[in-house]
Design a protein around this ligand. Sequence first.
Ligand SMILES: *[C@@H]1O[C@H](CO)[C@@H](O)[C@H](O)[C@H]1NC(C)=O
Length: 365
Amino acid sequence: MAFLLRRPKLKLILIPAILFAIIVLHYIIQNTYQIKNTLSYATRPIWDAASGPKDIIPHYYAEGMKIDLHACQLHQWKEREGKDRVKVLDAVLMSSELDLLEIRMNELDSVVDKFFIIESNTTFTGLSKDTYFANNRKRFATFEEKIIYTFLPGYPLRPGQSAWDVEAFTRDSMTEMLRSHIRDFPSDTKTIVLMSDIDEIPASHTIALLKACDFGTSIHLQLRNFLYSFEWFLDLSSWRASVHLWRPNTIYRHSQTGDRLLADSGWHCSYCFRTIPEYIVKMKGFSHSDRIGGRAKLLEPKRIQETICRGKDIFDMLPEAYSYLDLLSQMSLEPLTSAVGLPRFLVENAEKFRFLLPGGCRRES
Ligand SMILES: *[C@@H]1O[C@H](CO)[C@@H](O)[C@H](O)[C@H]1NC(C)=O
């Protein structure tokens, strides 16, 4: 009898327990990607080390400083022979970032001979996109004589083809384009090529230094890393931008070519868009588009706007950090109130580029 009497009590515990288990299971299935990611990002400092070049070269510069023999010596370099026979080419794959391109070209105008731009009508993931440069070419009229532009027709991904394949093909096209122009230079020309994404902007004084001094055949540039605008400073971990003395076997790349990294050489502004729709396009077209992982809520304009103003991660994930100190500091960024030491054209045209500067987090819809 006593046993039977206790059974309803068991039910009382068992039913909620089963319900609870089902809810937990449902949550896990719904959020597998999110949970896996949180776990992997939260433990990254234990199992992963930052990639990229490790030999950081101290960088000396102050406003108005002469870039001469002494400047070269400070960096343990000799002055370049035949300085008057140097040509500098800047090469970028066009995205949608017209504002950053304008800031970039103005920053580099005094040190660059030609701007090479490749643009497609699809993203690397094969989605249709505007040809932003072609549609806005008038905006860059000041540089028209320096611009060498190629339109690369894009198509939806073929079966078995990945975004990485399309990216590699696009970079190869840039190599060919550079080669065919460099071929026509006088044979004693020393050609220096800047390889970086549009949002990775080398400082003009950095390029003046690399033009004047014999830095070797290639060097990476350490850039100040910003998120959404120059209001949110992340760290100095950006290293993919590089500068090359062109040789017949040089290829256009965005990966590690050597172990040397010139410190504090410019700016890397990630997700620095003027309008909310650009964020949505970028999030959908990202080569890691699995980050959305069925979470349609992530694409809501209101949430994106709040995320930008709070300096939080756009995919609602933990920051990609390699030490717990960095992880913690990047989880709660402090907005900068300084616009000192930024690209000159940006500061001189602060009204036009409000969205890139402290206090300008509101985006156009
Ligand atoms: C891109 O341009 C090429 C050539 O003009 C065209 O054939 C192709 O359909 C375009 N692709 C898209 C997605 O618009």
